[in-house]
Design a protein around this ligand. Structure first.
Ligand code: X2X
Length: 344
């Protein structure tokens, strides 16, 4: 059964009409009511155009164009149109694109300590996520990213608490993961976590995820329910175990040179509007996570809960926390623990 993409009440088209714009390109923002933009920026993401992250990014682009009197034009490229994550990180660093939303764990291939926010079972709920990410933990990771010339906007965007899906057998206990071929994003922390859970993980970038599951190269994967719905994984996955084994978010990274080309007042307009949209997107994802479960059930997926403590015990017994505490270092670990309590 097809799932309706989410439609937001304020469409970009309506906003553009209000601004007197006529045409609208498929991917890009175009504002013929204004003079040619002085600053033209490319914004890339790995999520489909209809996902709240791109909907809210488009809204930010509209507001930024208006508030900068047309000086800033942002073109949004969703769904890996310009490449897969690791390629996009390189393009961002080289200035081929100007903005990129990327999971902290994927960014950790470049800045290892950025993986800290994805530590297994670190966050119990959303209030503890935002308290940490809008507080000292977020500030710490942004500082680390800045060392690699990646300027993260203050507010991180949400990719949800992650759960495990499979095609053949449900994961009812941690033992069901034994030897299971799982797709994980390309990131050492993810691979390490699923090895420590005794699964057999393979790092696969989002553009190949669906076909890898469809052809059985891997049996399962893990993601937030909203991502599972928007990438249509319900077509190739049957079971979902509500593990909440980690939380994942998207940093909105800017190329430092591109951002610093902007006069200070326009930098303010850009970062304020991105942050406004990030907060709206967090609320979208939280709300949609609830309806996603019902929609995925209607599409035929079967859900079950698990004893999370048993998963965490397995990670502990296999030395996962000890290994990552050493790898990421005292500062990262202490900053996480200051927010969420003792880990491991
Ligand atoms: O690759 C994934 O699974 C995704 C889309 O959730 C991330 O970007 C981490």
């Amino acid at each position: 059964m097809p799932l309706d993409p989410i439609h937001h009440p304020i469409s970009r088209r309506a906003l553009l009409k209000g601004a007197g714009a006529a045409g609208l390109g498929a991917a890009g923002f175009c504002a013929p009511a204004f003079a040619a933009a002085e600053f033209q920026f490319k914004f890339a993401s790995n999520l489909p155009a209809t996902h709240p992250l791109n909907v809210r990014a488009n809204e930010a682009a509209d507001r930024i164009a208006k508030e900068s009197a047309g000086k800033v034009e942002l073109q949004i490229f969703p769904a890996n149109q310009l490449g897969a994550d690791s390629d996009l990180i390189s393009q961002l660093r080289a200035g081929g694109i100007d903005f990129l939303t990327v999971s902290g764990l994927v960014a950790s291939t470049l800045v290892p300590t950025a993986a800290i926010t994805g530590m297994g079972f670190a966050f119990k709920d959303y209030p503890s996520v935002w308290q940490a990410l809008d507080g000292k933990l977020g500030a710490y990771v942004r500082g680390e990213l800045a060392k690699a010339n990646l300027l993260a906007m203050p507010k991180i965007w949400d990719n949800g608490f992650r759960h495990m899906t499979t095609s053949k057998q449900p994961i009812k206990s941690v033992d069901d993961l034994k030897g299971l071929k799982m797709r994980v994003p390309v990131s050492p922390l993810w691979t390490s976590m699923f090895k420590a859970l005794d699964a057999s993980p393979t790092g696969i970038a989002p553009p190949e995820m669906y076909s890898a599951l469809q052809t059985g190269i891997v049996d399962g994967q893990e993601n937030g329910l909203v991502a599972i719905q928007f990438t249509k994984l319900y077509e190739v996955q049957k079971f979902c175990a509500l593990t909440s084994h980690m939380w994942d978010g998207y940093w909105l990274l800017a190329n430092k040179r591109s951002f610093e080309k902007l006069p200070a007042d326009i930098q303010q307009i850009v970062s304020r509007n991105f942050d406004l949209s990030a907060v709206a997107q967090r609320a979208d994802v939280e709300r949609l996570t609830v309806t996603a479960r019902a929609d995925l059930e209607k599409a035929g997926m079967k859900f079950n809960t698990v004893d999370q403590a048993a998963f965490r015990d397995k990670l502990r017994a296999n030395g996962f926390y000890q290994e990552w505490k050493t790898k990421l270092g005292k500062e990262a670990w202490d900053t996480l623990e200051a927010s969420v309590g003792k880990m491991g």
